[in-house]
Design a binder for this molecule. Structure first.
Ligand code: ATP
Ligand code: MG
Length: 602
């Protein structure tokens, strides 16, 4: 089944998944709360029973009370009505409460499941989905699903029992007249069927538009500086207005479809009612119906309109929910990371080997070609090369963020695919090109994932080693300062130092630094360099750097160009070779003379 479009492709035809399949899956969620559900169903039944009874009660009320003036009956009737209505109130409370309890539980459960699933999805999933999509599924679609499950079940039970109860009342008064009502049922079914499919298709497009709204809002919040600096406000506003308008249009289409079906059903029912009235009045002249019977009959016929209307509009809600469930389940069905490896690994020695490695992202454009090299435990390897030459890609293969490469990547002479994923990832401390910090305290960011295992002193020591302690101590709450979403309250260099401290604290046998010091000034970089050198001493390190001064002391330098490994050797060997590296090196130090002096110092 083709995927729904989550970005802006509204014209794509929507695919409706099999409703039965969706239902049975949804049922798995609902049935966990069967206790509350049972209460809801039973109380709804009693509630509807009371309502039907009340309509029936009109008959003796009129016949005995008003026509025959039965004093005793008139005496206890008000009390009876009072008691019954207290009961009705109680039933209504319990049914509403338990229905809400079931649907809120289903919502909670779905959200938890989605979140847990997101933890297991591969990098390729994140490359292709916008966070707007994921957020809208979590917030919007999930709510629709709950509406389609518990709420609907309750309305269905309540309305259905009311219809049944009222039909019983009608039949007990006059079965001939009641039969007339049955003629309209097939008509109602046709109307419902016609609208429900349309509503479901429309609902999928509504979800699309919600996704777009979330996506646009998010992008603009995150990128507000770019929008202002480049004067994109008008353009963004126009795009957003269009998205909001599209959402409104689609919502209105659903409203129209729903309103149409409700009115048609009521119209059909009203026609049946007037025919019945006509015949009933003929019946009265033949004195088949008593005065009370006549009132109760009309009362029942009128009362049945509301539950019928509810059943019709419920259909539409149901289909909205089905559309929601389809999206939710599609996300839950996204394939998770493969973890077929069985080998456990406590602490690697740190030997790495690439053998004939080729790799392409999903678009099939070859990104790495025929990569061969090996790193001994404790060595420092530097990767240099032009932007886009595949350096980050190469290091991302190591923790198996991407799979599907050909050739072999070995860690301690064992293919990385044979290790258990968690064990493998345990071996790497990664400072990536895009530093990610959490909206939490600095201490929590440094000790991310192991806050309860490490001591405060260890956190401080890591911060110190990363030359971060100076600025941290100047913050109002020191290590306990909250740093805002993705660390917005810190400067670029400070963020990098926090990320480095995180890697230092992890104390993994292999360190990967992808442009880890690019945002630092020369002085801080030099300090960190010293700290990192200490850190690199007994572990394998892969460093990616554009500033060549930072990598001169690497044991081996690998030069990449367009996905290929073009040169390999240490600084001096490569300079002597007068190839790509020598060219790069000369170019840098001609353009930026200050760095040259750096190079000599470091
Ligand atoms: P830089 O020095 O600018 O960081 P790099 O050497 O790290 O560059 P990579 O990020 O490895 O380069 O990218 C190599 C190629 O792979 C680029 O052509 C890029 O367009 C492509 N690429 C990178 N990430 C993805 C991805 N997630 N999906 C598809 N293609 C990608
Ligand atoms: Mg990169």
């Amino acid at each position: 089944m083709p995927k729904l479009s989550y970005i802006t492709k509204p014209k794509q035809p929507v695919q409706l998944a099999n409703a039965f399949v969706i239902y049975s899956r949804l049922f798995q969620y609902i049935r966990r709360y069967w206790g509350a559900l049972l209460v809801a169903i039973v109380t709804s039944m009693i509630y509807s029973g009371i309502d039907s009874w009340f309509v029936y009660f009109l008959k003796p009320l009129l016949n005995k009370g008003l026509v025959q003036k039965d004093v005793e009956f008139l005496h206890w009737a008000p009390l009876l009505v009072m008691c019954v209505f207290i009961m009705r109130g109680l039933m209504s409370y319990f049914s509403n409460y338990s229905i809400a309890s079931v649907s809120r539980s289903v919502i909670m459960r779905l959200r938890q499941d989605i979140f847990a699933h997101l933890q297991k999805l591969p990098a390729s999933f994140y490359d292709h989905s916008t966070s707007g999509r994921i957020i809208s599924v979590m917030l919007y679609s999930v709510e629709q699903v709950a509406n389609a499950s518990a709420d609907i079940l309750a309305t269905a039970v309540q309305s259905l029992f009311l219809v049944i109860g009222l039909l019983i009342v009608m039949f007990s008064i006059s079965w001939k007249l009641s039969l007339l009502y049955f003629i309209i049922i097939p008509l109602i079914v046709v109307i419902m069927r016609f609208t429900s499919l349309r509503v479901r298709a429309l609902s999928l497009t509504i979800q699309d538009s919600i996704t777009n709204i979330t996506h646009r809002a998010e992008e603009n919040v995150d990128g507000y500086k770019v929008v202002r600096a480049f004067g994109g406000q008008e353009y963004e506003k126009e795009k957003f207005d269009k998205t909001a308008r599209m959402n409104r249009q689609r919502e209105m289409k659903v409203v129209a479809a729903r309103a149409w079906s409700v009115s048609s059903v009521q119209l059909v029912a009203a026609v049946a009612l007037s025919i019945t009235l006509y015949i009933a009045t003929m019946d009265i002249t033949n004195s088949v119906l008593s005065a009370g019977g006549f009132v109760a009959m009309i009362g029942a016929m009128l009362a049945i309109l509301k539950p019928m209307k509810d059943l019709t509009s419920m259909q539409n809600k149901l289909h909205r929910g089905l559309a929601g469930a389809q999206t939710v389940f599609e996300l839950l069905d996204e394939k998770i990371e493969v973890d077929t490896g069985t080998k456990t690994l406590k602490r690697a020695r740190g030997k790495i080997e690439f053998k004939q490695v080729n790799f392409a992202y999903e678009n099939d454009k070859s990104v790495l070609q025929n990569i061969n090299f090996s790193v001994q435990p404790g060595e420092t390897i530097a990767l240099v090369g032009r932007s886009g030459s595949g350096k980050s890609t190469l290091v991302n293969l190591l923790p198996r963020f991407y799979t599907g490469f050909s050739g072999e990547i070995l860690l301690d002479d064992v293919s990385i695919e044979d290790y258990r994923l968690a064990d493998l990832r345990h071996q790497f401390a990664l400072v990536s090109q895009n530093v990610m910090l959490f909206n939490d305290t600095i201490a929590h960011n440094i000790a991310y994932g192991r806050f309860n295992e490490v001591s405060r002193d260890e956190i401080r020591a890591a911060a110190e080693a990363a030359y971060a302690l100076d600025f941290i101590e100047q913050l109002p709450q020191g290590l306990d300062t909250l740093i805002g979403e993705n660390g917005v309250l810190l400067s670029g260099g400070q963020r990098q130092r926090v990320a480095i401290a995180r890697a230092i604290l992890k104390n993994a046998p292999i360190l990967i630094l992808d442009e880890a010091t690019s945002a630092l000034d020369t002085e801080s970089e030099r300090y960190i360099q010293v700290a990192l050198e200490g850190l690199m001493r007994n572990r394998t390190t892969l460093v990616i750097a554009h500033r060549l001064s930072t990598i001169e002391h690497a044991d081996k330098i690998i030069v990449m160009d367009r996905g290929q490994l073009v040169e390999m050797g240490n600084h001096h060997e490569l300079l002597l070779r007068e190839g790509n590296y020598a060219k790069l090196y000369k170019m840098q130090f001609k353009d930026i003379p200050s760095v040259e002096s750096d190079a000599e110092v470091v």
